[in-house]
Design a protein around this ligand. Structure first.
Ligand SMILES: [Fe+2]
Length: 343
């Protein structure tokens, strides 16, 4: 279709204008593939650039797309860093060989061992608790206790929760599988399906909005979504969030299910040193407090303070199931959901 001369021109252009990976990337630049889509993150990248002189290129996409893209790009990838949510996905990225081990005393000081991959291939940046958010005017807090208690008939037609395709739910079920075994986990999922107010649809924020609209009485959601609604631009979201209570399940036994968002240096990072510097920066006390104050997530650096809103919800006991186990039990959890009929 193309005369030979044109084809040659196109080939030369591709080489000259960066369609192939440059052999040496300047050290003053890193590329971040991220699923996190919050203003707090961009503010932190800008602060890092000002401080280090390293430009941060950001590519945002859905989490599974980023993993797919890294797989396809292989050694040609421009990515230095992967940021994603849920331990299940971090484990998946590691298992696919998309990350590499990083040794940094600074990171070890700032991120506790339980919040890291045992082989140092990924590090949690923030913690999120999967809690019960309920209509204060319709639910007596004394009737709330544990994830298991949601199996009770008193919740028939009252529970709102998103689809089982969602990894937050898969990790929650993985934790239940770890604690009680596969059969009990399936029984739990079936009972919750029987108690659902509707077929799952929408994201965590939509479940809270549906509680406010009276479609159900309680929602299983991550904490920061209530924070985001309370501080939303839309006054309607702010108002409805004010009518919600937050309950941390399983305080009498293993603790509330916790998950993380996290970061890892990619297997073929052109600027490995710059990538490590970014992780060290994001784990620093002041950066951690930016995550906590503007995105209502819990810091992983023990020196960092949670924001005012998080503090107002009170201290709570967290389930200490190893994060890697949530990843290892992910496939089983997804299959259990299918058998239980959780759409
Ligand atoms: Fe989220």
């Amino acid at each position: 279709m193309f005369p030979m001369r044109n084809l040659l021109f196109i080939c030369i252009s591709l080489v000259l204008f960066g369609c192939s990976k440059p052999s040496a990337t300047p050290a003053a630049e890193i590329t971040v593939y991220t699923h996190r889509h919050y203003p707090a993150d961009q503010a932190l990248f800008d602060a890092f650039s000002r401080e280090s002189g390293i430009t941060v290129n950001v590519l945002k996409a859905k989490a599974d797309e980023l993993i797919k893209r890294l797989e396809i790009e292989g050694a040609e990838s421009a990515a230095d860093v992967l940021i994603t949510v849920d331990a299940g996905r971090l484990v998946r990225a590691k298992e696919k060989g998309l990350l590499q081990a990083v040794q940094s005393d600074t990171i070890s000081e700032r991120i506790p061992a339980a919040m890291q991959d045992p082989d140092s291939q990924w590090f949690a940046l923030t913690k999120r608790a999967r809690v019960l958010v309920y209509a204060k005017d319709r639910v007596d807090v004394a009737t709330l206790s544990s994830y298991e208690s949601l199996m009770d008939e008193q919740w028939r037609g009252r529970i709102l929760v998103r689809s089982s395709q969602n990894i937050y739910n898969q990790s929650l079920l993985a934790s239940i599988t770890h604690h009680h075994g596969g059969e009990a986990a399936e029984a739990w999922a079936k009972a919750v399906v029987a108690n659902m107010a509707r077929t799952p649809k929408g994201n965590d924020r939509d479940q809270i909005r549906a509680v406010a609209a009276g479609k159900g009485d309680l929602a299983i959601v991550n904490t920061y979504y209530l924070g985001l609604l309370l501080n939303a631009d839309d006054p309607a979201d702010q108002a409805l969030a004010g009518h919600m209570g937050v309950f941390f399940p399983n305080q009498g036994d293993r603790g509330t299910h916790i998950n993380v968002s996290g970061i890892g240096v990619t297997a073929h990072a052109p600027n490995r040193e710059g990538a490590i510097k970014l992780i060290e920066f994001l784990a620093r006390k002041d950066s951690q407090e930016v995550f906590a104050q503007s995105n209502y997530e819990y810091p992983v650096n023990p020196q960092a303070q949670a924001g005012e809103l998080l503090q107002s919800w009170g201290e709570f006991k967290s389930d200490t199931v190893p994060l890697t186990l949530l990843g290892e039990l992910n496939t089983e959890a997804a299959q259990t959901f299918d058998r239980a009929g959780w759409r």
